[in-house]
Each structure stands twice: as C-alpha cells, then as structure tokens.
Design a binder for this molecule. Structure first.
Ligand code: GDP
Ligand code: MG
Length: 677
C-alpha cells in the first residue's frame, strides 16, 4: 500500500443534505475501518468530528481519513459544502486527485455543488457522480443525469441504472458488466447479490450500455473500431477506456444508490479505484524557484521533496499542520525548508490521520497526506521542500474578508489569552482577519460571512475555553477612486524650527483590489530617503478614504513632493500624513464608498416566488434572472449587498415554509447603495 500507484486521494463534493456524510460513513464501514455505522441524525458520525459540526449537522472542517479498498489506499479529504468555508474548498481541491459528486436523486445538482464543481474542473480534478437518495419519493435518475450534464459536466454518462425508484428502488443495474446488484438489508448492505439482468430490464440496459459505449468510443479511436466491428465492448476494455476518458476530464461516470438504505456504496469505491487517478497519474507539480524561474517536480519518490501545507489546525492536543506531498519521499525527522521564509523545519513525528485520531509512520511517498505537530512558523499555503531544491508552489488564492464583528474577552484578565487564541485561528484560516476598531480600540474579527464568524466565536469558547462577547456583524466598507482625479495635501510640524511637507497625487481606478503606489516625479525631484519611505508596502496598504475606510482598487501616482525648508529631512509620519491628506482631497473629486455584494441563487417552488422576490426588492437586490426548472421549481439569480443579507437563512425559511434553498457567492465590491450598515 506504499505504492503511490495504489493511492486514490478522493474528495466528496455535495450540496448540504445531499448525503455526503452518510456516504462517507458507509464507505468507512464497508472498508472495515469503522465497526459501527455512524448516523448523521443521531450525531454519531466519525467525519463530522468537531463538536460544532455535530451540533449543526453540517461539515465544516475538512478532515482527512484513509481506508483500504481492493488493495488500494483511499484517502478521503472531506470538503465542506458551505460557501462561508470557501477557503477550505479551495485548499482541498489542491490536495485531491479526484472527486465524487454526491447529488440528491430528487433535487439533482444544487447550487453549491455547481459552484464547487466548477472550481474542481478549473483545477483539472477528474470527477465521478453518485445520484443518492434513489429511495426517496420523486427520485428520478434520468432527470438527475440531465441536471448533471447541464450544471456539472457535459460529459456525464450513466454507468449504472437504478432498478426502480422511490419505494420500489430495488438495486442497481451495472451497465459495464450487464448485471443486477442487489443489497441485503439484513446484513447492513455488506453482502451484494450479483444476478443476471431480469427480463424486463434487458432492453433498457442495452440502450444505456450502447450510449455508454458510444460516448467512450467517441474519445478513443481504437475502441471506436472495435465497437463498430463487434457491436459490443468487453467489460475490461470498456472500463480501461472509461478510465482514460475520466482522467482526461472528458467524461464523468454517473452511478446511483441510496446510502441511507446501504445501497450502491461499494461500487462507488470500485469506481474510484478503477477510474480516478493515482498521484503518479498526475502531471508534475509546478512552482517557482527562489530566483523566480518556473520549475516542476514529477510525482516520483526519488525526486526532491515538495509538500504543500494545506491546513493548520489547533485543538486540545496542540498545533497540527497537514501536508500533501507532491514529489519525493519524507522520512520522520527530515529537515525541509519553508520556501516562503527560508526557515528550516524538522518534521517529527509524522502522523497519518484518520479524522481526529493519529498514527505515527516513518515515511510518506508522492501523494501522501500527513500531519506534523509543533511547526509554529508554518502557515496555510506554505511550501516545504528539500533544502537543495527549493520550489515555491502557488499558494491557494483566498477571497478577502467582507464581514466583521467586534470581539472581546468577558473577563479583562483573558485579554492576552484571547490574543493568542485569535492568532492561532488566523494561522489556521487565511480568510479570517483581525483589525483594531479606531473608535473603541477593541478588536474586530473579519471573515467571509455570518456562519464563518459564528463558528470562529464558538471555537474560541469551546477549544480555548474563553468567554467572549461578539458585536453585531458589520460589513467591511472600502473606498476607491472611480474616475481620475488630482489632490494635494500638506502636513507640518510648527514650532521654532517649523517643517512642512506638501504632496501632490493623481488617483485612478484600478481593476485589481489592492492599492498600487508609484512615484512619477522627474529623477532627482524626490530624495532617495523619501522615496524609500513612500514605497514601503505598508504605506500603500494603510491608505484610507475620506470616511476612514481602507482604500482599494486605486492607483496612486505621486507627482510631486515639496519639503520646506528644502534641506531638512522630514520624519516619515509627516510625509505619510501629507500623502493621506492628498489622497483624501483627490477622493473628494472622484471617490466612492464600496460595499461587498453577493451573488445569490434561490431555488424555490413557484408558489413562494412572489414573496421571495418582494423580499429581495426590499433588500435592494438587483434581480438578474428568474429561470424555470423542471417541475414547478424556479431559480432566481440576484446580486444583493451583503449588509442586506443578515439572517437571510431565517427569512427565506419563513417565506417558503422551509421549501426554498439558497446559495451565496462573494461577487466583489460595488458602490454603496442606500443607508447601509
Ligand atoms: P450532508 O449534509 O451532505 O453531509 O448530508 P447527510 O449525510 O448529513 O444527510 C442529510 C440527510 O439526508 C440526513 O437526514 C440523512 O439521513 C439523509 N439521507 C442521506 N442519504 C440518504 C438516502 O440515500 N436516502 C434518504 N432517503 N435519505 C438520505
Ligand atoms: Mg455532512
């Protein structure tokens, strides 16, 4: 099992409630890893191990676990479904080699699956799909398949058919081998009866198998000839060709079952072994050397070691950094270099993780997922590599925090502990940020959404035993130049030897979110010392607008600096003060306050459409589309200021009697409308 060709690093992608946790629990049970079957409804699942998740019944923190299957090692990276945990999703996608989409057999592909799948395909992750809940009333495999094709992958192709549906769901037709699989309810689905196709299933299965062969043959010339000549394909050649087409991302095999009824889970594991890539099937990983040159490392055990820190986690046992090894071999006690800061880090001990339990191991090869305690300087997104072969992998890109809440310790004596705990949370999660409230001097914790901050607050209480008070959520406003404008500003120190600085700037809008500062004066007009002070990256990052919000999306060109008396060297604060005044004046002519906006997707039965739209109007939403789905489902797409979406989940529940579902995605910044939060 140390052979990388026998590893499958698998992610499971699903909309909340599609059944990801139930599928994963069944997988662990059938692989013999768990001797008891966990139930989401009873709060006993192994994968949702954080208490937070047990309470909420959702999966928040990606845990890694591993299991043996058909002499392969399957390592499951649990991907969260909730949009507030985008950073987790991005991080996991960097670590997985293949993923299975779990969709609800009644609802088909839902908005969160759609957005995560889009990202997975962008990362080139090969996919399988599992149409779950085929036992539910209204489950429809054909409809789910159409929605997979339309919303997840145009190459979705059935490799199975359900035998019956809803209350009559009785097993799975395996199209590759042309047989019927039935699960024994008494044995918790451990035993599978393999039977010839029943008479009434033969015609339907033959048509579906033809469609499968045609789809595969279209990708494979050699196979196309064989299929035309013989009119059929043997299971082994069909399976081998399906593997090639899945690895290249052209096809997505679709399976079905009902995890809760213990039906269909084992073939999903077979499919991961047969059709998803091993780490050595992947292209070499790419990055930059310390000199900035492009370089790559092949997924081989004898290549220089290169590992991505994809997660930093802190719990009662202390710190733990999770790594994905892309190339080379790592042994217990090895010293690797962090390509970000050049620090040497000793990896000892090496843990193989299974949800929250850990097992020591001596070595890991390409594709290995392991965790190391005590690496205090390592952050999420860092690359650790062999000292003589440094390579900086592109760190995952995370969205900027858009919502903040004041946070303070209930007991003043806890203030220092709170500072430590917050520092740890920030190392773990790059989408959290901490600032100081100018007015109160207190801390503001910023994140990607309400749930994100709420979970952070709960962790402070539970994992760090800190009693904290949280303020009301407030959106983070920013300011920006919307049209070119000039400004000048002056700052002075009066007194016996007065000194003053005058700065002239030109502001222009800029597509990138950050602020860029240039000095465009003629050579020699600004002294070297002044130039260095102005170009310190903290100066651009610290610029604010007229209302005191951070400046974004702006190019600041310094066109002139005049110091009086000319021979004096002004203190840095004076120069920066004059710059701030100049920027503020420029913004008076061409500036705007920006607020974060979200793209909202609501899926609702027609009956609730009118109240939902009326409510969105109140929230200053810009309705972009109302589409009709199959049945009487409607899909509303709208862009809404984040400040107007507080407690939206409660609102929509009462507007639709719990029937509508929604998804939110950050859509950047837009000019502030109305009197916002
Ligand atoms: P997750 O949010 O994607 O992790 O979904 P869960 O595994 O927590 O399942 C959500 C709900 O759907 C739970 O109440 C499960 O018992 C139920 N569920 C899961 N799989 C099935 C299935 O195959 N059939 C039916 N009828 N219900 C299921
Ligand atoms: Mg779950």
């Amino acid at each position: 099992m140390d052979d990388p060709a026998r590893i499958r690093n698998l992610g499971i992608i699903a909309h909340i409630d599609a059944g990801k946790t139930t599928v994963t629990e069944r997988i662990l049970f059938y692989a013999g890893v768990e001797h008891r079957m966990g139930e989401v409804n009873a709060g006993t699942t192994v994968m949702d191990w954080m208490e937070e998740e047990r309470e909420r019944g959702i999966t928040i923190t990606a845990a890694v676990t591993h299991l043996p299957w058909r002499e392969h090692l399957i390592q499951i990276v649990d991907t969260p479904g909730h949009v507030d945990f985008t950073a987790e999703v991005e991080r996991c996608l960097r670590v997985l080699d293949g993923a299975a989409l779990v969709v609800d057999g009644v609802a088909g592909v839902q908005s969160q699956t759609e957005s995560v799948t889009r990202r997975a395909r962008k990362h080139g992750v090969p996919l399988l799909a599992f149409v779950n809940k085929m036992d539910r009333a209204g489950a429809d495999f054909e409809r789910a398949l159409r929605s997979l094709r339309a919303k997840a992958h145009p190459g979705a192709i059935a490799v199975q058919l359900p035998r019956g549906a809803g209350a009559d769901f009785a097993g799975v037709v395996d199209l590759v081998h042309e047989r019927l699989l039935r699960w024994d309810a008494g044995a918790l689905g451990r035993t599978i009866a393999v039977e010839p196709l029943p008479q009434d299933e033969i015609a339907r299965a033959a048509a579906a198998r033809d469609a499968l062969c045609a789809a595969v043959a279209e990708q494979d010339d050699a196979l196309a000839d064989a299929w035309l000549a013989r009119g059929t394909l043997a299971p082994t050649e069909l399976s081998a060709a399906l593997r090639r087409a899945t690895l290249s991302g052209r096809l997505m095999p679709v399976l079905c079952g009902a995890a809760l009824r213990n039906v269909g889970v084992q073939p999903l594991l077979d499919a991961a072994v047969d059709w998803l890539p091993s780490p050595i099937d992947l292209p070499p990983v790419r990055g930059r050397t310390p000199r900035g040159a492009q370089a790559e490392r092949p997924p081989r055990g004898d290549a220089p070691a290169c590992a991505l820190a994809f997660k930093v986690f802190h719990d009662a046992h202390g710190d733990l950094v999770y790594f994905r090894l892309y190339s080379g071999t790592v042994r217990d006690g090895d010293v690797l270099v962090n390509a970000r800061d050049g620090q040497r880090e000793r990896l000892h001990p090496l843990f193989w993780m299974h949800a929250e339990t850990r097992e020591k191991r001596d070595t890991f090869g390409p594709g290995g997922l392991f965790a190391v305690p005590g690496l205090k300087r390592v952050r999420t997104g860092d690359t650790l590599c062999a000292a003589d072969a440094e390579l900086l992998l592109e760190p995952p890109v995370f969205p900027a925090p858009v919502l903040r809440r004041a946070v303070e310790a209930r007991e003043p004596a806890d203030r220092a502990n709170l500072a430590d705990a917050l520092a740890l949370l920030l190392r773990e999660d790059p989408t959290l940020a901490l600032t100081t409230d100018e007015e109160t001097g207190g801390w503001l914790l910023a994140g990607l959404g309400e749930l994100h901050l709420e979970v952070a607050a709960h962790r402070l209480q539970r994992d760090f035993r800190l009693a904290v008070r949280m303020g009301e959520p407030r959106v983070s406003l920013t300011e920006a130049a919307v049209r070119p404008a000039a400004g000048s500003g002056r700052a002075e120190i009066p007194g016996e030897a007065p000194i003053s600085v005058e700065v002239r700037v030109r502001l222009e809008p800029r597509a990138e979110e950050s602020v860029s500062l240039l000095i465009v004066t003629p050579p020699g007009a600004v002294s070297e010392a002044l130039r260095r002070e102005l170009l310190d990256p903290r100066v651009a990052a610290g610029l604010c607008g007229r209302q005191g919000h951070p400046l974004r999306h702006t190019l600041v060109s310094v066109e002139g600096v005049v110091v009086r008396p000319a021979q004096r060297i002004p203190p840095a604060e004076l120069v920066v003060g004059a710059l701030h005044a100049a920027v503020e004046q420029g913004l008076a002519a061409g500036g705007v306050v920006l607020e974060p906006v979200m793209d909202l997707t609501v899926e609702t039965p027609e009956a609730y459409l009118t109240p939902i739209l009326a409510d969105l109007q109140q929230r200053l939403a810009e309705i972009r589309d109302v589409a009709m789905e199959e049945g009487d489902q409607r899909i509303v797409l709208a862009r809404v200021p984040l400040s107007r979406l507080m407690a939206y989940s409660t609102a929509i529940r009462s507007l639709s009697q719990g029937k509508a579902v929604f998804d939110l995605r950050p859509a950047g910044l837009a000019p502030l409308r109305g009197a916002s939060a």
